[in-house]
Write a protein that binds this ligand. Structure first.
Ligand code: SAH
Length: 254
């Protein structure tokens, strides 16, 4: 059995209870060492075999899983944040299917949620934005052309941009070409929830400069949109005294 587990954004107490239980029981742990906080490995039991997938190919990862399965062992495949976002889990699962090895998935707190927590931010403010676009720039690995930054920028919804810290000048330019003004609020969150977390509020036009001044080159998320700074949002109807819901009778305005 292989458990795909989301490690959370970094802080070791931001893994789920289920994920922690799996780590404590695992005979083998394969963790994404480029981003998973190694402190999470302290949950492993004595004698657990630990592999860092940052130094391995997909084939090598599968070989470890295959071997563990042959020996009747339980494997945890530990991915940063939630495995469903840029986790490269599907390709592992498809191969496990071919090998007849069972697996399941345990969610984690994605870094985009960790980053919102770092800033005490609500991505979906009434009348400002009710959608969050999670995307990345095309770099050494491509992004489908129909998912260009410009096309998403045109929505003026909240955007959270992964895996793009080294390309911020291009990101700013393309956000502006897509319709954001240069003074649209933006934020950079580096290593959300880690001990050395850093966060900066800036604008679409000053993303690259802000990163440069603060020596941020990787492990960061860029958050774009008015939700980063506005105070002009509408209050939610759900908690409005005059609004009736399934659970609460609204009071008429006197
Ligand atoms: N599955 C992960 C994302 C993996 S892609 C998740 O759900 O968060 C790796 C990218 O995620 C990094 O380049 C960075 O953009 C972002 N990232 C991961 N952890 C982060 C953290 N703690 N703080 C800020 N960004 C993070």
């Amino acid at each position: 059995m292989v458990h795909f587990v989301g490690a959370g954004p970094g802080a070791p107490d931001l893994i789920t209870l289920r994920g922690k239980n799996y780590l404590e029981q695992a005979d083998v742990i394969i963790y994404a060492g480029s981003l998973v906080n190694p402190q999470l490995l302290d949950y492993a039991k004595e004698g657990c075999e630990i592999y860092n997938s940052a130094k391995m190919t997909l084939e090598e990862v599968l070989e470890v899983m295959k071997q563990a399965e042959a020996e009747g062992k339980t494997t945890v495949r530990l991915h940063t944040g939630d495995p469903c976002v840029y986790g490269a889990v599907r390709e592992q699962m498809d191969e496990l299917d071919k090998l007849g090895i069972g697996y399941d998935s345990c969610p984690g707190v994605s870094s985009f949620c960790g980053a919102a927590a770092a800033l005490d931010l609500e991505y979906t403010l009434p009348n400002i934005s009710q959608s969050v676009i999670i995307t990345r720039m095309a770099g050494r690995t491509p992004v489908p052309e129909k998912e260009s930054i410009e096309s998403f920028a045109a929505h003026q919804a909240t955007m959270v941009i992964f895996l793009s810290t080294g390309m911020l000048e291009e990101l700013s330019r393309r956000l502006i070409e897509g319709g954001y003004s240069a003074d649209t609020p933006a934020a950079i969150v580096y290593k959300a929830s880690w001990e050395d977390e850093k966060k900066f509020i800036c604008t679409v036009g000053t993303l690259a400069q802000t990163a440069k001044e603060n020596h941020i080159t990787k492990t960061a998320l860029m958050i774009i949109g008015d939700v980063v700074q506005t105070s002009e949002y509408d209050r939610s109807l759900l908690y409005h005294p005059e609004f009736t819901t399934e659970f609460r009778e609204g009071k008429k305005k006197s």
